[in-house]
Design a protein around this ligand. Structure first.
Ligand SMILES: [Cu+2]
Length: 151
């Protein structure tokens, strides 16, 4: 048994639920609910050397992980990391505090920044494995970290 009035009620209820879902989705985006990097597998990328002799590699910066999160470079050759910031609302950085190995940098974007691609350049001076991370809030603990492998 279904009258026109019942159907109207169902439709109204449905659109109300949809609206609620949309509001929830927007709230989730604004509050930075993302994918914890701790739950993601290692993705490795070896930098390629361009015609200028620079090792280039692209890194996507998401909430809350880097892709790739393991970057392989050669010692003594300049590196240019192109950072592509994918999150419009959540600020992130690409940070490394390994000055002894030539890896001392921190580059990021702020809230709603329109400059979505940034570059970090350095020359690794020492073989080894060095951690990089995002230094915003608790992003590091959420898994926003990775490894630069210098060979
Ligand atoms: Cu971050």
């Amino acid at each position: 048994m279904s009258s026109a009035k019942d159907r109207g009620g169902l439709a109204a209820g449905f659109s109300h639920a949809r609206m609620g879902a949309m509001v929830l989705a927007l709230f989730a985006a604004a509050s930075g609910c993302g994918t914890a990097g701790t739950k993601l597998p290692v993705s490795e990328m070896t930098a390629r050397t361009n015609s200028a002799g620079v090792q280039v590699v692209d890194v996507d910066v998401h909430s809350y992980y880097f892709k790739p999160n393991r970057i392989v470079v050669k010692e003594g050759v300049p590196v240019d990391v192109a950072l592509h910031f994918k999150s419009f609302f959540v600020p992130h950085t690409f940070t490394c505090n390994e000055g002894d190995a030539g890896l001392a940098f921190s580059k990021g974007t702020g809230f709603m920044s329109f400059h979505r691609t940034k570059h970090v350049t350095f020359t690794p001076t020492q073989k080894g494995e060095y951690e990089f991370f995002c230094h915003v809030g608790k992003h590091h603990q959420k898994g926003m970290q990775g490894t630069i492998v210098v060979q």
